[in-house]
Design a protein around this ligand. Sequence first.
Ligand SMILES: Cc1cc2nc3c(=O)[nH]c(=O)nc-3n(C[C@H](O)[C@H](O)[C@H](O)COP(=O)(O)OP(=O)(O)OC[C@H]3O[C@@H](n4cnc5c(N)ncnc54)[C@H](O)[C@@H]3O)c2cc1C
Length: 309
Amino acid sequence: MFGHPRVRYQRGYRMPRMRDMKPPQFDYVAPASVPEAVAVLAERGPHSRVLAGGQSLLIELRYRTARPALVVDVNRIPGLSDITVDDGSVHVGALVRHAQLERARFDDPLAGLFRQVAPYVAHPPVRARGTFAGSLAWAHPASEWCALAMALDAGIELDGPSGPRRVPAASWFRGPFATACLPEELVTGVRLPRPPAGAVAAFAEHRRTHGSFALAAALVMLRVSEGRVDWVRVGLANAADVPLRAVEAERLITGEPPQPDLLAQAAARAAAEADPPDEPHAPAAYRRHALATLVRRCLTRAVETAGAP
Ligand SMILES: Cc1cc2nc3c(=O)[nH]c(=O)nc-3n(C[C@H](O)[C@H](O)[C@H](O)COP(=O)(O)OP(=O)(O)OC[C@H]3O[C@@H](n4cnc5c(N)ncnc54)[C@H](O)[C@@H]3O)c2cc1C
């Protein structure tokens, strides 16, 4: 059964049945524009929660780990459901669903990465409602999208009483379920710098059952030019309290021919950069081993896709 990750592994905890759980009472408002939503949040921010796809918030409400006085449903705000591509970046609106990214067909290597990752996020009914931006706002350490945002230097765009601002992923994630978003702010979208032309992607995940959260996951984007890796990004999920970019592993490969020995060394380096949680069903050492295996698998697959020796 799906359990809320904040409580599910406490010793002696007996999971209540989800159907027995009822949310506490709350007021509900569905603003029709971003300025309207921002005005409501400015007034009642600390006592309110934004509702996007609801795939995490509704569970929080039923387990009563969230008790907002007001739920601000942003689903009726037009213009937040688009993926747009310009010269330098791909912009994912705050209401773009996981399922849209599973079908991404825009002309950029990022579309290939989205298509590889999306099928690992929950299962189809959740993917039909849940949003990319909501995943970043919820900040589960095992979130595939959070790892992708971290690896690719995404900028999270916010609007609030002090006006719009953009927070780099590196300063966004503050811990499990904690971000730089203020209670009065709304995430309006996520901007991802476009990888260089010719970059290829690979993703791999280890999980207990289909549809469950990752025990560990890795993603790689890289480009091979004239026999050497000239650009690479490595992202890790459930490798620490926050999503990680394995910069030491990236440094080891950049500028080098992608030989199998080097890829194995880089994978071991990435696992050493991780600080995975120690849980009864998946001890830290087991997770670190899984991360090294997943990173090596992704690097090898990406290099093969790039057509390098
Ligand atoms: C059975 C199941 C399996 C799942 N498996 C996975 C998995 O394998 N990998 C994974 O990554 N996720 C998984 N999820 C979570 C799912 O991906 C959620 O869709 C996602 O975490 C949150 O997106 P949402 O749009 O549903 O946000 P909501 O549930 O609406 O909101 C989540 C939190 O983010 C805040 N928030 C949302 N949007 C905004 C915004 N625009 N501005 C400010 N705050 C905002 C909300 O206030 C709330 O605190 C699973 C969920 C379920 C139910």
